[in-house]
Design a protein around this ligand. Structure first.
Ligand code: FES
Length: 111
């Protein structure tokens, strides 16, 4: 594991907070849900736009470019881009990253 410190936990005080950050050669979408913190590859698997439009109620993220929808707890693509309705969703999931609160700072495992 290669833990990288990214920000104080105060940046995500409430469920619904989110941001994208570049760390360890990755661009990572970080969000807080009702169940804790989540981290997923922020680069859309369709055409590389940066995610996204976050819904903390169902832990999903939409791509702002073509509206593909991803599950933040599994990385799976739930809905394809509107410009490619037959895209192979099973092959277009995004990588999840481990994330932790280490003494008031969020850290992600970029290994
Ligand atoms: S780039 Fe994300 S849906 Fe097209």
């Amino acid at each position: 594991m290669v833990w990288k410190r990214i920000v104080s936990t105060k940046a995500l005080d409430n469920a619904g907070g989110h941001f994208s950050v570049s760390v360890g050669g990755n661009t990572i979408f970080v969000a807080r849900g009702k169940d804790g913190y989540h981290a997923m590859d922020a680069v859309c698997s369709h055409a590389k736009c940066i995610l996204g439009v976050y819904n903390a109620d169902d832990l999903t993220v939409r791509c702002p470019c073509h509206n593909a929808k991803f599950d933040l707890s599994t990385g799976r693509m739930l809905e394809p881009p509107f410009v490619a309705p037959n895209a192979p969703k099973d092959k277009l999931g995004l990588k999840l990253f481990k994330i932790r609160d280490n003494e008031g700072f969020l850290e992600v495992d970029v290994e």
